[in-house]
Write a protein that binds this ligand. Sequence first.
Ligand code: CS2
Length: 488
Amino acid sequence: MTRLSTETLAALPSDVVRPAYDRSAVKCGVVHIGIGAFHRAHQAVVFDNALNAGDLRWGIIAASLRSPSVRDQMQPQDGLYTMLVRDGAAEQARIIGAVQRVIVAPEEPQALLDALASPDTHIVTLTITEKGYKLDPATGALIESDAQMAADLQSLDAPQTAPGYLVAALAMRRAAGLPPFTAISCDNLPHNGARLRGAVLELARRHDVSLADWIAEEGAFPETMVDRIVPATTPEDIAALATRIGVEDQAMVKTEPFLQWVIEDRFCGPRPDFGAGVQLTGAVAPWEEAKLRLLNGAHSGIAYLGGLACINHVHEVLALPEARHFVEALWDEAETTLSPPPELDVAAYRHELMARFDNPTLRHRTRQIAMDGSQKLPQRLLAPVAARLAAGQGIDALSLATAAWIRWQAGRDDKGDAFTVDDPLSASIAAALSKAANPADLVAAILSFDAVVPPILAQDGRLHASLTHWLTLLEKRGALGALADFRG
Ligand code: CS2
């Protein structure tokens, strides 16, 4: 079937929204590292909005640090793709034209370095997932034993990691007399800007102290909170879109109407006049914390409990009254640990969040959210657990969600079917758990796993008892039984 491309753009049905600007006149002011579906449905849309508003500096050169698959999907389409916004029965299709080129870094490392070092580049955004920063989730220190980070610590001639590319390119910019770019982490990490800055400065310092000083003084690493639910595209989605628009689009993304990007107002160079969905603020942390603990915390709980119960999608889990009760209880617990920004009405946010989770047309897979739990749990569940225990408060719901994650590590659902635990630490977690014979021992083994569990929780008897209670129940009665018991 014919593919979406510059040539086929004109023939699309009239209700498909198209770029309102001349793509050939666009300059690339943005380099994005980690071009997955989330970038295409979030930051790329924000820059596309700036282009549509007539500021042609904000095209994107995107890079993948690993797989060529997105490049192979987008290149035959001249970088064009459809964003399908689904809200119940309503569906809007919009073609995004912001991405001008996709580089597969292992194939063309110099091309990525040149893009990062170009005078046109003002902003670098990153969606490399939690594990891409090569930082210990519990302590935030650089993981020097990571093979790719070890290579970048040796030499930056052919960088392997995202921090490695940034440092090598910043050195090129400094040598060329150019200012640094503003580097914006768009991953669900607490203090993502500070973490990215920490990784970059530490790596730079190991190579050239004066470079690290220059980056520290002249560079900018704003904190951000990013929010939009973007489920992975399925072959059925691609086939349905082809029927609707008459051409095949292998790079399409599907998402919800909601989009939020809260960015710390700290840029070291030009930025667009950000439009809909973007807030510039002095303090991102309260936003970030609320989003990580309410949205992402509930997501992880739903993913592990639903996944164990063999329920494939988020909205299907929430069709169960006991699951809704659990989510509300988890939010009640998490809420007391927040210092929400004055503009955030937490009750309204929770209400809206439930409606977003309920969106039946998104079909967000529990398995997708369950991925990389070791990287996600500390900020989503363990941080509010620590805060509540410190305040002498109960942790029932947070603990049930955490116990479901522990149970998930066994790689078996409640029907007894095996699955692969998709997590960078799955082998070491499995090794740590291998000698444990009962729930209490499993919990003790997890609590002493210091790459995930902060020291303050490792010895906490209340947490040990609560996790053991829920894990025992999960083993005996399955996730649905545990949820029913939780509801009482
Ligand atoms: C999800 C997030 O997969 C996950 O871990 O919790 O991707 C979530 O959908 C986004 O953070 C929403 O903004």
